[in-house]
Design a protein around this ligand. Sequence first.
Ligand code: SF4
Length: 723
Amino acid sequence: MTQETRSTCPYCGVGCGVIIESDGAQITGVRGDPDHPANFGKLCSKGSTLHLTAAAAVTQQVRLLHPMRREHRGERATRVSWDQALGFATETFAQVIRADGPDAVGFYISGQLLTEDYYVFNKLAKGLIGTNNIDTNSRLCMSSAVAGYKMTLGADAPPSCYDDVNHAGCIFIAGSNAAWAHPVLFRRIEEARAANPAMKIVCCDPRRTDTADIADLFLAIQPGTDVMLFHGMLHVMLWEGWVRHDWIGRHTSGFDELKATVRDCTPDSVAQVCGIRKEDLLEAARLFATSPATLSLYCQGLNQSTSGTAKNAALINLHLATAQIGRPGAGPFSLTGQPNAMGGREVGGLANLLSAHRDLANPQHRAEVAALWGVPSVPEKPGKTAVEMFQAAADGEIKALWIACTNPAQSMPDQATVRRALERAEFVVVQEAFLTTATCDYADLLLPATTWGEKTGTVTNSERRISRVRPAVPPPGSTRHDWAIAVDFARRLERKLRPGIATLFPYSTTAPEAGVEAVWNEHRESTRGRDLDITGMSYALLEKAPLQWPMRSGEAQGKLRLYEDGIFPTPDGKARFANVTYRPVAEPRESRFPFSLTTGRLRDQWHGMSRTGTLGRLFGHVAEPSVQMNPQDMQRRGLAEGDLVHLTSKRGSIVVPVQGTEQVGLSQAFMAMHWGGEYLGGLSNTGQPLAGVNALTTSAFCPTSKQPELKHAAVKILKAELP
Ligand code: SF4
């Protein structure tokens, strides 16, 4: 008999509810949950094929089913028991910590993990081991949004919700191809516009994406010039008298300093830097400022930049200057890329954060978390963020790495350095559901984890909504839940490092439903009195419906949107204008590398394809990797459609077919991020084998958010000579 289990899609940050059908042993079907407020029953091509990818993973034998150990690098891994695997991991980590100190180890985790997984890993690193060397692939995805919100609004709390799409008069989309990256939300935008023909959509992006195609106004800006565009719009708003000085006076601080900065951002100069028409700049400013309600949606085009924080803050400045915030349809709404980037932020699962949006740099916050965890202190020394962590491992400073649910040997920029780090590290643990990731090849120890359809816990989507993730089928083979693996390792390690002390991890791993709820309850308690207070929620309430934070004790529901009272979580209750300045990309194109390369997602693929790559039909949209160029550039270089080209940056080179499209501007190129080394044989300048487009990308990062500039590298494109 078919069983039905309500859960959440494991792909993007829209966080759609799904109903999983199973026969108790195998997943047999999936459909959208009509009662889930993120999607009301809709699913995109990825979500609607989850049951097929689950089945394909079994038939294609891509799941990691048992713990495996490699005696020597380069050899085949052999099966070991969980006891042997965790014993080996514990001995090795304890040895490294005793010999070289706690900062000689690092944990690199993932926005694919559930909130409970994240919570335990964070406590393991910061509470037990005493290192802040724990970071996540969300650093590549969301850290600029976090920093932008905190800099301006005082807290990492997206003030808007999906329902705002239905109330907006103007939707301003910046650096987001929502049509492909957040398809169900995009469908909602299309429906809202159909219901309200007066709605205007403005899109700014270097590429004319499918999202840009529905815009009333498309600004094809030069890569990395977003801050200049937003400052130019503010200049126009000031000139035209569209700024809300009354609201600014009551609810903000710092406007005079910003006014002085944008004085020089005249329409002529902005149009020249951004490569757009002056008239379009004026129209964008008018639509944004004079609409009854403006909602901005933004994503990696703003975040993945050496100016990531400044771009986020400059866009939020526009909302503050025009009072387009705290009302239905108005607000700056950062879209999360991964399914639980938000949950990771909530538990402080990044090198610079602590539980419940606390800051590592704040002594009081460290003391609060130490008291919550029952440890003497939380270390003060900042942890290594993603790029810094792999650099430290490449330099021999970090000797043991634990990587969970992510594939840095494909997804991190500057692959030559990352792979050098994985080779040089004395001990690499990879905790994974899929055998096929490039990172598995570097593991000394492989720990098999459960995945979608098997896991239990919670995730938080872009609109602060917490949903349950539920198991429909039993874990296959010897796989275990990510949080439970971390707990069992932690308990063994604490017996070595803190013998005789009561465990910091009192969660049952033999009764996973009770154990995971105990983890979540502890996380909930850590939020008491904080901006994301969820003390009014419980697993029992989440069983009935997903809920948005904050939801304080005694409240019947969470908050749909924030700051409706005009009071912000800053010391004086006022939002802060961020006086940021425009800086060009880290690696401008020049005569030797004359193209700007941007990277991004395809509609039907996800990350490194470990799940979507198992299903032929998901290659129907785009069948193979290519680099896209403007046809005029191809003609000038004597390139024909499908020619193989060497795509080369200062860090490496790959060979890939070229495809002409007017979507890409002159002197620009685009390549999807999904394909790795099995498709693209590439060599670094030092002859190392490399994977995918990240052989070329730069690890230069935003000085505030530490998010790397995956959206821009200077490259050259030369026709490959056939043998
Ligand atoms: Fe899953 Fe995102 Fe598609 Fe929804 S829009 S089904 S969350 S991939």
